[in-house]
Design a protein around this ligand. Structure first.
Ligand SMILES: [Zn+2]
Length: 401
């Protein structure tokens, strides 16, 4: 008899949870109020893979296969794919404030740069903007950027010493015009320290939190690093991180493949565990902001560069610097631990690419010696076979140190 009651209790509870979930689902659907938009036609670019397209449009690889009657993963440059971004099953329920952003063309803008800054392709921009001629854009022209299916959340950003609006915009992947639009009456040339700015950033409704320090912290609502053509993950159970860390890593490797379509993959070793905390073999990696990557090497058999000791003449400096400079220029990294022996070739390459003396000084510990506490790129023991990257805290994460 008691057993019977017990079972009933569970059934009652299950029923209650079930109906609550159902109500939630229905409510979310009503709230998001989506109208099925027309499918888009995407023209395959060099470097594209089904997996990266799936991620970009928040759909699954299988959905893209189904919509285009594809059997495998093979796609070719110029091929047209039908995609229904709003039907993505990877879309999580939550608020989607806006489905598109407008970029107003600034003096000196080129379409390829605009595409890069929004992590989309030129072909996307052409598809989203009727009559857009990639070779002829004019200052003041408005270009629509689709953000369908992605969740957006509102944060309040407090202006820090040394900030300027362009930098804040770059760091949050929005345009200066967006920030002006979201903050009534803002004069972008006159912001003051401590001023609060409203910014809408992409990310889930329940954002991740990096709590405490990287060597004594934890991770809440972490996200697992998805696959990417640019890297190979050693252990998915040790590939958890904050939403921002994941976004920064994907953006970095997207850029690498855009600039170097034939780049090898690199091995990704550990990030953090699902809930962070201590992890065997690492002192830090506890709060979802650390990641270890193999170096890009001139010779890597099998297409993936492994974690192994690299000498300066075997470092693929061009590709490595593309990755590093993406993160540095977007203010996404706090530190990168790189053996001192490898810093010089990177430094000289960055200089040859036009980095100024003050940029070099800000970015590199070299040539001041391996024991000096300076530079984003600095020496730590045991980093001749991999680079350890500490990504920045997100601005609305007060518990992150
Ligand atoms: Zn590490």
């Amino acid at each position: 008899m008691r057993g019977q009651f017990h079972t009933d209790g569970i059934m009652d509870r299950n029923y209650w949870i079930f109906s609550a979930l159902l109500t939630l689902l229905v409510t979310c659907n009503l709230l998001s109020g989506q109208a099925w938009a027309d499918p888009m036609v995407y023209v395959v670019q060099s470097g594209d893979a089904l997996s990266s397209l799936a991620r970009r449009y928040n759909v699954t690889v299988q959905q893209i296969r189904d919509w285009n009657q594809l059997d495998g993963d093979l796609i070719r440059i110029g091929q047209q794919l039908t995609i229904h971004p709003e039907r993505g099953s990877r879309r999580r329920t939550g608020s989607s404030r806006s489905s598109s952003t407008v970029h107003t063309v600034q003096p000196g803008d080129r379409l390829s740069q605009i595409a890069r800054s929004y992590d989309v392709s030129v072909a996307d921009l052409v598809a989203w903007n009727r009559g857009l001629d990639p070779d002829r854009i004019r200052v003041g022209q408005e270009i629509r950027i689709q953000r369908q299916g992605r969740e957006v959340r509102r944060i309040t950003y407090e202006v820090q010493p040394g900030d300027f609006v362009a930098r804040i915009a770059r760091r949050h992947h929005v345009s200066i015009n967006d920030i002006v639009r979201w903050n009534d009456g803002l004069d972008p040339d006159r912001i003051r320290i401590g001023q609060q700015l409203v910014i809408y950033v992409e990310g889930p409704e329940q954002p991740s939190r990096s709590v405490g320090r990287a060597n004594a912290g934890r991770l809440v609502n972490g996200e697992q690093l998805p696959g990417h053509r640019g890297y190979r993950i050693r252990d998915r159970d040790r590939a958890w991180a904050t939403n921002e860390t994941v976004r920064y890593i994907l953006g970095g490797f997207d850029t690498v493949l855009r600039v170097h379509p034939r780049a090898h993959r690199v091995a990704v070793h550990d990030l953090s565990r699902e809930r962070g905390g201590p992890m065997r073999g690492h002192r830090s990696h506890q709060s979802g902001r650390d990641a270890d990557f193999a170096y890009y090497q001139r010779r890597c058999s099998g297409g993936t560069c492994p974690v192994r000791r690299v000498r300066p003449d075997n470092l693929d400096v061009e590709t490595q610097w593309t990755l590093f400079s993406h993160w540095i220029r977007h203010d996404q990294v706090q530190y990168m631990f790189v053996d001192y022996s490898l810093q010089r070739v990177l430094y000289e390459y960055a200089r040859d690419q036009g980095a100024t003396a003050s940029q070099l000084d800000e970015w590199f510990q070299y040539p001041h010696g391996r024991n000096t506490a300076r530079g984003i790129i600095r020496h730590q023991r045991n980093h001749a076979d991999h680079v350890h990257v500490r990504f920045t805290c997100s601005d609305d994460d007060d518990e992150c140190r």
